[in-house]
Write a protein that binds this ligand. Sequence first.
Ligand SMILES: Cc1cc2nc3c(=O)[nH]c(=O)nc-3n(C[C@H](O)[C@H](O)[C@H](O)COP(=O)(O)O)c2cc1C
Length: 180
Amino acid sequence: MNILVAYSTKYGATKGLAEHIAGQLRAAGHLATVQPVNAAGELAGYDAYLIGSAVYIGHWQKEATAFVRHNRVTLARKPVWLFSSGPLGTDAVNAEGNDVRAAAGPKELAELMGAVNAREHRVFFGVLDPDKLGFRDRTIRALPAGRALLPEGDFRDWPEIDAWAGHIAQALANVPASVG
Ligand SMILES: Cc1cc2nc3c(=O)[nH]c(=O)nc-3n(C[C@H](O)[C@H](O)[C@H](O)COP(=O)(O)O)c2cc1C
């Protein structure tokens, strides 16, 4: 299968996720191209799409949402998986007792899933490097509770990411290649 892994990142964490997932898909025998959503080019030649974005203040990056909306007809013709790079820290449950991954899904998730008939959406823990933050994000993190909600570190769980990529590689091994 010829798979596009398209991503939107601000500071590189989601790019790293996308590249790692593509590497796993290739190791399983697929072709995988990794591109930022804005450089994805012609989409029709791929057999499947994985689309991921970092989550900021409850939303995917605008360019990622726009990519899905704009290309929804093409994307919906093939299998689509969505992923988000979001929560920080090591707690699976937040102070309110809610599952951190479930709470981190972007607000537009149901719309995006529906637009492309996505098979699944997965949330992965992300990365925060305070030295990389732009002025606006630095200011938000400086607000009361900002540091507690946005702790520093690389919280990506590579075995969990590998398992998801492996599950997709397996699912696509059973899909007949299309003619475009
Ligand atoms: C100002 C700010 C706001 C954030 N808001 C959220 C959020 O609402 N939900 C979430 O799960 N993660 C949030 N995060 C964490 C980022 O999504 C996480 O750091 C992500 O891995 C960054 O990916 P990127 O490096 O690809 O941009 C926020 C981070 C910052 C700095």
